[in-house]
Design a protein around this ligand. Structure first.
Ligand code: GNR
Ligand code: NI
Length: 171
């Protein structure tokens, strides 16, 4: 297992459409293990493979709340099958947009289909933080970031801030 570097704004790789995983190979299992380790270290509650510069449809997540408990989850080729009309608002953050948090409104419930690391297909109803997080992560697989749901003013402001930070760091 290894910690991988998380790419941050304005890295244009974050806008790539990730490719479906055709076969769960040893490389994919190693990537998923590394993503879990990287996510825990960050720390974050979810991670999409593109955030470690791998444009494949793979997500890790751990929503366990209690100290000392873990519930590592791996989603291969996750898809949203349907969404509720009801919406809910969460304050979101993103490891690729460090230290920036804003409220985002999304469907409160979603039905998801995904393949687990053993190749078994599952369907689940997600609500609460699970629903928000799986939508945030599947967005990453489609090159979408939570700032895309904010006003142009807020989005431009955050893009500018990270572009400037990258320029200063490059010197
Ligand atoms: O760690 C994370 N927290 C979070 C909080 C609210 C909504 C979504 C998230 S996901 C984020 C980690 C991340 O950037 N995943 O892509
Ligand atoms: Ni994110």
């Amino acid at each position: 297992m290894a910690i991988r570097d998380i790419i941050i704004l304005p890295d244009t790789q974050l806008r790539l459409i990730s490719k479906p995983i055709e076969k769960i190979t040893a490389d994919i299992r190693a990537l998923a293990d590394d993503m879990l380790e990287t996510m825990y270290k960050a720390p974050g509650i979810g991670l999409a493979a593109i955030q470690v510069a791998q444009p494949v449809r793979l997500i890790t997540m751990d929503l366990s709340k209690k100290e000392g408990e873990t519930n590592p989850r791996i989603f291969v080729n996750p898809e949203i099958l349907s969404v509720s009309e009801e919406l809910s608002v969460y304050e979101e953050g993103c490891l690729s947009i460090p230290e920036y948090y804003e409220e985002v409104e999304r469907p409160a419930q979603v039905r998801v289909r995904f393949t687990d690391i053993h190749g078994k297909v599952h369907e689940e109803d997600a609500e609460g933080l699970y629903a928000t997080c799986i939508q945030h992560e599947i967005d990453h697989l489609n090159g979408v970031l939570f700032v895309d749901y904010l006003s142009k003013l807020k989005r431009d402001r955050v893009m500018k801030k990270f572009t400037k930070a990258a320029r200063l760091a490059a010197k």
